[in-house]
Design a protein around this ligand. Structure first.
Ligand SMILES: Nc1ncnc2c1ncn2[C@@H]1O[C@H](COP(=O)(O)OP(=O)(O)O)[C@@H](O)[C@H]1O
Ligand SMILES: [Mg+2]
Length: 262
């Protein structure tokens, strides 16, 4: 078990640029075990980059990223494979392979990480378990083309959780979904935390989702985290940059004041 007083994940002084374009001047952020951290910020500030650096889909230019105390930026290939099994990512768009059945899509990560180590029966069992967790039991034989956008999102989530990850990274999980499916995804995120004790980082600019799932929230602005704290502190933000963002991204079907006071 992780020491509950220590963060499970710690970004410290992380720098990242693409050519002349500085994304992070100094990224400091802690994620605690069993919690859902919501990361907010304008489009193009580097929210997806933050998630990708954690699993080394992108390399940080400097600073430290620790997972359970292990330095991610220095990990060997073997440790990195283990890291990617423990930290699953639900990509923006959550693309499924159209040519594969739902079951094979969900099993994809299992094949990748376990190869032939899992026999057919345990494979099928894991797939069935993951699909039932996202409330889509028994749809193994369907094709992605037959699914609605909301169902595709949930199948992508099933693919991520089939690996029994300790951490799930969600990149804009409710973007493009109608309010009903967005609410369903929020419930799933909370359900996985409750039942599997998953630690999560959720990147979103959907404010109702942010408040529905966040135990802690962080706001990225011009290369740094300029605000971090519990949801209460984000309901009445003192920093005008945070306040403007939250007011500007409240869903149209909800009254901003109700949302902020809820
Ligand atoms: N692989 C890459 N190569 C070059 N630039 C990138 C790459 N990935 C992201 N960027 C740039 O970094 C910035 C932050 O991207 P991103 O993290 O995707 O933003 P967002 O906060 O919207 O998720 C953007 O300007 C984007 O164009
Ligand atoms: Mg993004």
């Amino acid at each position: 078990m992780a020491d509950p007083t220590e963060p499970l994940i710690r970004f410290a002084g992380v720098r990242k640029a693409f050519g002349p374009k500085v994304i992070y001047r100094r990224l400091d952020l802690d994620v605690f075990a069993g919690q859902t951290l919501v990361v907010m910020g304008g489009s193009g500030v580097g929210k997806s980059v933050l998630l990708k650096m954690l699993i080394r889909l992108l390399e940080a230019d400097g600073g430290s990223i620790r997972y359970r105390g292990d330095e991610v930026t220095m990990m060997s290939e073997r440790k990195l494979r283990e890291l990617r099994r423990n930290i699953a990512m639900l990509f923006q768009g959550g693309a499924l392979f159209d040519s594969l059945s739902v079951g094979d899509n969900v099993a994809y990560g299992l094949h990748e990480h376990y190869g032939k180590k899992l026999d057919r029966a345990s494979n099928e069992e894991r797939v069935a378990w993951a699909l039932s967790l996202v409330d889509l039991p028994g749809i193994e034989d369907m094709r992605p083309a037959e699914l609605s956008g909301g169902m595709k999102k949930r199948v992508a989530l099933a693919r991520a959780i089939a690996l029994h990850p300790e951490v799930v990274l969600y990149d804009e999980p409710t973007t493009g979904l109608d309010p009903i499916n967005a609410t369903r995804v929020n419930h799933l995120i909370n359900g996985l935390k409750r039942t599997l004790h998953v630690t999560s980082i959720v990147v979103t600019h959907d404010m109702s989702s942010a408040f529905a799932v966040g135990d802690r929230m962080a706001f990225v602005y011009q290369g740094e985290i300029i605000a971090v704290g519990d949801p209460e502190s984000f309901r009445s933000p003192t920093d005008p940059r945070v306040a403007d963002f939250i007011k500007g991204h409240a869903p149209e079907h909800e009254d901003v004041d109700t949302l902020l006071k809820a």
